[in-house]
Design a binder for this molecule. Sequence first.
Ligand code: MJT
Ligand code: ZN
Length: 261
Amino acid sequence: TGNHWGYGKEDGPTAWHKNYPVAEGDRQSPIDIIPNQTSHDSSLGPIVLNYDHCTSINIANNGHSVVVEFEDSDDRSVIRGGPLDNPYRLKQFHFHWGGKGCHGSEHTVAGNSYASELHLVHWNAVKYKTFGEAATAPDGLAVLGIFLETGDEHRWLHMITDALYTVKFKGSVTDFKGFNPKCLLPSSLQYWTYLGSLTTPPLHESVIWIVVKDPIVVSEKQLGKFRTLVFTGEEEDQRTRMENNFRPPQLLKGRKVRSSN
Ligand SMILES: NS(=O)(=O)c1c2ccccc2cc2ccccc12
Ligand SMILES: [Zn+2]
């Protein structure tokens, strides 16, 4: 019905262009990043994150992913530097993941996928009054992408995975205060950056992507807890496991991918 979209055969990424023609636009995300075809740009400074006074509000299942929202009424948690001309305010973060044992990242590196990908979504509150306005502007959003690979248990991810049972169904929201996503970042913030889009409908071409090169490591058990979520609402009789909620790589269409040193 209407602009309903998902990750299934009928309503998935290959069908999105019917309701969202920008799906075939010139700056769509994700992409396959080929490291030896990126251009190293020494003018690209380090990414600076000021999350020390960030205020997480809640954790929610929006029927597409699990999302942690932040208080963004002031500049208490911002990302700056790198390719950004302004500080961008942290709004939310969410994840994309695969099915058991298969891959689930959105960006790929020389054709290789990771098990999952974390997106920290920020908006340009210097130039735009609201997140909604920024979301449709070419320099409105900055999303920091972090790859997750499986291995040892991640010492802090349990704070997220322990809360997932409270947001099993689409539309569920629970309090989630005092979480600082800085604990989910790898030690090195070397990155690739390019101009792209939201990877979910409405696919607005408003994102400056900053994809961190080094993955964080999480255990298969921790990743498995994301797959206990379902795409469907509690009132629906269908229980469709939430997994493979990733869009495949899109055409580069002549875009340059720059690399920090
Ligand atoms: N995958 S995504 O980061 O493009 C994305 C958003 C990006 C920018 C603004 C809002 C977004 C909301 C999302 C909600 C669920 C999944 C991806 C989302
Ligand atoms: Zn995302």
